[in-house]
Design a protein around this ligand. Structure first.
Ligand code: KIV
Length: 312
């Protein structure tokens, strides 16, 4: 049996073991070697983006194997029309929050535009910050042949890298918009060579974005690291979606590759509307949400701790 597959089997056996600290079942953290083992076993990898601790907790408990703190936060959290203005400091801030909310998933921090292209020194310094300050276990960066040497340098100092080829949102202007890549034989060959270069440079996994399904299938069969698809068909070793898209929080965006599993925006608006109406009608807070009246005598017992709760 392949050593990586054996290691993952041991992990699965010890996961949720009742002998875990305090007798409480602790989910086993997904690791870089376990991703490779999942590919070998043919077990699909579920990756999703997260930008804060509460969403991270929800997605982690849902069973996500990898949480990507994507620079897509520029668009879905900050309201920008591209990811280009997002800074390393902003990414690290969100990474820290996601890491705090995560118990099982492997947290990947996305290196934003121009945070790794200037020099090897710049790339190493910023990649390191994602682990030491952001609490991530790996970084992701966009690029193929052009990024291979940078990936090699980052991997050499012990920082796991997830590559990203095909449609590159940070190259939106060079690509003339968010367009499917690799559609002609020549363009497909270029994407294939990019993926090979990323794998040979030592990346632990690779995102394939916005490419034809048959090309993604060929890449997934040829390279030995897991491929994580977005708009790249079903043959990838895993899938990634932006959490706001899959939860229906981006009402005006309906790209073909997104499946919406819920309509959180509509639900949230309806709930908030009900709250506003109840406040205006004087129905909220009711007795059930209030602390009663001032007592005329000192209470004989100390009030139960935590009866007020955090105010957020
Ligand atoms: O930033 C992001 O969310 C991404 C994924 C869409 C792959 O790069």
């Amino acid at each position: 049996m392949d050593p990586a597959a054996t290691e993952a089997t041991v992990q699965t056996m010890t996961a949720n073991h009742p002998d875990s600290p305090g007798g409480i079942a602790q989910p086993r953290r997904v690791t870089i070697p376990s991703l490779r083992a999942m590919k070998l076993r043919g077990e699909r990898i579920a990756m999703v983006t997260a930008y804060d601790a509460t969403f991270a907790r929800m997605l982690d408990e849902a069973g996500a194997d990898m949480l990507l703190v994507g620079d897509s936060l520029g668009m879905v959290v900050q309201g920008l029309d591209s990811t280009l203005p997002v800074t390393v400091d902003e990414m690290i801030y969100h990474c820290r929050a996601v890491a705090r909310g995560t118990r099982r998933a492997l947290v990947v921090g996305d290196m934003p535009f121009m945070s790794f292209q200037l020099s090897a020194e710049q790339a190493l310094k910023n990649a390191g910050r994602f682990l030491s300050e952001g609490g991530a276990q790996a970084v992701k960066l966009e690029g193929g042949l052009d990024a291979a040497e940078t990936i090699r340098r980052i991997v050499a100092v012990g920082i796991p890298v997830v590559g990203h080829v095909g449609l590159l949102p940070q190259s939106v202007h060079a690509m003339g918009g968010f367009r499917v890549q690799g559609k002609t034989a020549r363009a497909a060959q270029a994407v294939l060579e990019d993926a090979r270069a990323v794998a040979e440079a030592g990346a632990s996994a690779i995102v394939l974005e916005g490419i034809p399904s048959d090309l993604a299938e060929r890449i997934s069969a040829e390279i030995d690291i897991p491929t994580i698809g977005i708009g790249a068909g079903a043959a990838c070793d895993g899938q990634v979606l932006v959490c706001y898209d899959l939860l229906g929080l981006t009402p005006s965006l309906r790209p073909k590759f997104v499946k919406r599993y819920a309509e959180f925006f509509d639900l949230g608006r309806a709930a908030a509307r009900q709250y506003c109406e109840e406040v205006k009608r004087g129905e909220f807070p009711s007795e059930a949400h209030a602390f009663g009246n001032v007592q005329l005598e000192e209470p004989s017992s100390v009030p139960a701790p935590g009866s007020y709760g955090p105010t957020h």
